[in-house]
Ligand binder design. Structure first.
Ligand code: SAH
Ligand code: DHB
Ligand code: MG
Length: 225
């Protein structure tokens, strides 16, 4: 199995099942032109996020890690007109490009981009009495994933979904010789997730145009799993 084959299959699937959307295409183009790293979710992964939000009837969504707003727009497309998405981004330039792309997608009325390191903006979000979120998507820096998950859980209600991107990183998570901070952070997250009785969770590894990676899907059960 090679990266070329994974990319070819992703193209095959995406050509058939993921209709092109001018606003999403524009978001990728303006992000690339601005020199942002191309670490957005793939189109078929974006559609998976959209479908999870749609299937769960999410009206309030939290995202940690906005980049140019590509996954944000996918998730935002699933919201009803009075829904809300709050997305947290540390880099002011990324946030500026995301705001432009979100406005071009016609979603500025229901998406709020908050600039700052998430470990600072999450407590502010909690302190301002934000109602709980129905779905959280964690896709920022990986070392503090355990903390991001804890905050997402705190900002959730029974039945909320929490999705975590990049939990496999080409197998690094299962390679004992790999001691990169982000890999150690992900292992710490898995240890805490395994011990967390308030959620039911699984993880699935993926291959595709973005390489070999994976995601965690957790449902807040409150202990009744
Ligand atoms: N969700 C996006 C991709 C996000 S890439 C998509 O799929 O389209 C990760 C983003 O997290 C980057 O924009 C990076 O600047 C941001 N980030 C990194 N560290 C962060 C932190 N501590 N707090 C908030 N955002 C952070
Ligand atoms: C990287 C970050 C991501 O969120 C992702 O989906 C892929 C790669 C990175 O930092 O390399
Ligand atoms: Mg990611």
């Amino acid at each position: 199995m090679t990266q070329q084959l994974w990319t070819d299959v992703d193209r095959y699937l995406t050509d058939r099942l993921v209709a092109s959307d001018p606003a999403l295409d524009t978001a990728l183009r303006t992000s690339a032109e601005a020199g942002l790293p191309e670490i957005n979710v793939a189109p078929n992964q974006g559609k998976l996020l959209y479908l999870l939000a749609l299937a769960s009837g999410a009206e309030r969504i939290l995202e940690i890690g906005t980049l140019g707003g590509y996954s944000t727009i996918w998730l935002g497309r699933a919201l009803p007109p009075d829904g809300k998405l709050v997305t947290l981004e540390a880099d002011a330039r990324h946030a500026e490009i995301a705001r432009f792309n979100i406005a071009a997608a016609g979603l500025a009325d229901r998406i709020e981009v908050i600039v700052g390191p998430a470990l600072e903006t999450l407590p502010e979000l909690a302190a301002r009495g934000e109602p709980p979120f129905d779905l959280s998507f964690i896709d920022a820096d990986q070392a503090p994933t355990a903390e991001y998950f804890a905050w997402s859980l705190r900002l959730s209600h029974l039945g909320s979904l929490i999705i975590v991107d990049n939990v496999v990183r080409a197998g690094g998570v299962a390679d004992d010789d790999n001691t990169e901070p982000r890999v150690l952070g992900m292992r710490r997250f898995f240890d805490e997730l395994a011990a967390e009785e308030r959620v039911a969770a699984t993880a699935v590894q993926t291959v595709g145009s973005k390489g070999h990676d994976g995601f965690v899907l957790a449902v807040v059960t409150g202990g009744a799993n």
